[in-house]
Design a protein. Structure first.
Length: 66
């Protein structure tokens, strides 16, 4: 929530409770922050999708030979 006091020129910002709770919970698992979890999941997703693409390419290639 953001509170603005125009008389004194003060802006106060407090974090949203849900985001703060999610950040605290994410640090309990392997001690990684939310940003680090994002990078780890992006890398894992890329590896899995690459593996699936290779598997599909190899599987659908016609067999050669007699």
């Amino acid at each position: 929530m953001i509170q603005i006091d125009f008389n004194n020129g003060v802006v106060q910002a407090t974090p949203v409770a849900g985001a703060a709770a999610a950040d605290a919970a994410s640090r309990l698992i392997f001690g990684m922050t939310m940003n680090e979890w994002f990078y780890a999941s992006a890398i894992l997703y890329s590896l899995v999708m690459t593996g699936l693409a290779v598997y599909k390419a190899v599987r659908t290639t016609p067999q050669q030979g007699g």
